[in-house]
Design a protein. Structure first.
Length: 291
């Protein structure tokens, strides 16, 4: 295994990503999916999704509610909806399990199933093989990618949103809970694009201002032909370097493309930017990956 690991890790350092097929079992994938069904079943629609627009002021309040809901989601389990799936009273216009785009950002801390997956012995072993000395978990998300609402994820670098000094300390773990194929929007990467730094950053705006975050710098124009699609079977894990450029296209198939993803930062000698939208809180300091 060590030999296997070392050649894989070489590949990871070269490409900025690595696919490890069958990393999680079918049972582990099923346990995450059924847990999410239970969470969605018990979901309350957040108040800011229920405001009936009438005045400019109400719209302002709604926008503020929406931004506060996002900015303070780092230590909670919260629901983010696709556009156009709720009426102004907060009633669902489509089945609720098809209305959610993602659930974030602290499943790893507060949900027993996702916590167990995040800290599973094989993830910890992989962290050690990668040479992570003091990895902490900064956020997690469950992504639905449903077919009825075809949304593409434009090319981006995770470090745009999760900035550290120095760079290169953030790593994404992306787990396919269903087969991810080109037709349902599997991840696509530009190999070797993780070595040139970040072209833009998303930073918090001063409290009370809207929008609640702004971008500094500009998104580079990426040549479509440089992207390599990475189909991944259910249970496959993709390691994503914080600066590698990746995207996913529209889901044009009949099936969803559910995934659980979490980000880890090696805290040794690293500072987390105070300008990141996501901040550790007294209730939830970033938990160590190694238990």
């Amino acid at each position: 295994r060590a030999m296997e690991h070392s050649s894989c890790l070489l590949q990871f350092h070269e490409d900025g990503f690595l696919v490890l097929e069958h990393f999680f079992t079918a049972e582990e994938c099923d346990s995450m999916r059924s847990q999410i069904e239970r969470i969605v079943e018990g979901m309350e629609v957040p108040p800011h999704c229920r405001t009936q627009f009438s005045t400019k002021e109400d719209e302002q309040l709604q926008a503020q509610g929406s931004s506060d809901y996002f900015l303070t989601s780092g230590d909670k389990i919260r629901f983010f909806f696709e556009k156009g799936v709720l009426d102004e009273k907060g009633n669902f216009l489509v089945p609720k399990e098809r209305s959610i785009s993602k659930i974030g950002h602290a499943l790893h801390a507060y949900d027993p199933v996702f916590k167990q997956i995040t800290h599973s012995p094989k993830v910890q072993e992989l962290g050690r093989a990668l040479g992570l000395e003091r990895p902490v978990v900064v956020q997690s998300m469950y992504i639905f990618k449903v077919h009825s609402r075809p949304v593409a994820v434009t090319p981006h670098q995770d470090a745009t949103f999760l900035h550290t000094e120095p760079l290169g300390r953030v790593l994404g773990f992306w787990i396919a809970l269903e087969d991810a194929r080109p037709e349902n929007g599997c991840l696509q990467f530009i190999p070797g694009s993780h070595t040139a730094g970040v072209s833009r950053r998303m930073v918090r705006a001063p409290p009370g201002t809207l929008p609640c975050v702004r971008f500094e710098g500009s998104e580079a124009a990426y040549d479509d032909s440089r992207f390599v699609a990475l189909p991944t079977g259910r249970g496959g894990l993709i390691l994503i370097h914080g600066e590698v450029v990746h995207k996913s296209d529209l889901n044009s198939s009949e099936s969803s493309r559910q995934a659980f993803t979490f980000h880890v930062m090696d805290a040794k000698g690293t500072s987390w930017s105070k300008e990141n939208w996501l901040q550790p809180t007294p209730e939830l300091p970033f938990p160590p990956l190694y238990t």
